[in-house]
Design a binder for this molecule. Sequence first.
Ligand SMILES: NC(=O)c1ccc[n+]([C@@H]2O[C@H](COP(=O)([O-])OP(=O)(O)OC[C@H]3O[C@@H](n4cnc5c(N)ncnc54)[C@H](O)[C@@H]3O)[C@@H](O)[C@H]2O)c1
Length: 345
Amino acid sequence: MTTLKCAVIGLGMGQSHIRGYQGHPDAEVVAIADLNEELLKSKGDEFGIPGRYTSVDEMFEKEKLDIVSIATPNSLHKPFALAALAHGAHVLCEKPMAMNAEEAQEMLDAAEKAGKRIMINFSFRFNDASWGIKDQVKGGRLGDVYTGRTRWLRRDGFPGFGGWFGTKKLSGGGPLIDLGVHRIDLALWLLDYPEPEWVLGRIHERIGQPRAKEVGKTFDVEDYASAMITFKNGMTLQVEASWAGHIQNKEDMETTLIGTKAGLCQRNVQGGYGFEGFIFSTENGCQLDVEMKGGSAPKSAQWHYVDSILNDKPHVATGAEGMTIMKILDGIYQSAEKGEPIKIG
Ligand SMILES: NC(=O)c1ccc[n+]([C@@H]2O[C@H](COP(=O)([O-])OP(=O)(O)OC[C@H]3O[C@@H](n4cnc5c(N)ncnc54)[C@H](O)[C@@H]3O)[C@@H](O)[C@H]2O)c1
């Protein structure tokens, strides 16, 4: 069996990419890249990776790679993806795909030209609760889904002040592009990505910016966003994302979808990162709540990508889906800026 040679750029979230590849018997992480030399050495030693680079260009000169994971600040997703594709590698890019839809389109064009794949790490699909519900929805169990709500709210969970997450030119935005991206993707993936049409959005900068100002740090993104998305099939989806707000739990993630035959809910358990999934229906005059138990989710996004490439099968979380999400996010930010709905499809 062929072994795919993988590289990971960026060693924060990138560490989970390394673990994901190392969990597949036919993938080998041969190189890592990060500007932080200490991190490069410690993670290189911990994971036993021979190629270590502070320069991504040098990595591409010296290594022959099949897959490159990009887990850097969002502003570097596009340039590193274009470089990886030009090198002849498939790309697994962290979410959000890019800073905006225009950049995402450049990445899609480059992948097509190179004849290579792009996958986006919508990692919250890869748990049994999500995967189990998806299997149920595939069989038409919900009937015609006409509305839903998807959200990720934190009570007080800023990724720091003064760093790239809170600096718009490096991140593209705040919790909407950071957290909302996952929950919008989950809702759309469950429904096979219906085509969005209109977006009405609002963002608020009530908590983060004043707090950052007090400590003299940069923070020029929102701390809360809400939106209504309408779809060409008539469906509506409400969205909420925040890094801070006065709610009970530390962290609330929930996606509900309501159809003519049944509804569903995927949510985190007790404010943490474990998930549960339910289907709700009424049958023979009886209200049924069905809980997903166990499931068949792939071990990780990386495992799924390697498996799909080796077996020449389509992968999920495609660049085209990443692009649809970028159009929605652009629409929400534009709508918030202009104070009017934005047509995106
Ligand atoms: N899928 C998920 O659940 C998930 C979770 C966290 C973060 N992310 C995404 O992962 C990406 C990285 O986020 P993070 O939390 O790991 O950030 P981070 O700041 O912890 O790590 C980013 C790393 O990139 C390195 N880096 C920066 N510029 C570089 C360059 N020019 N060349 C090489 N390395 C460079 C930094 O030194 C740092 O180690 C973001 O796009 C974020 O949205 C996704």
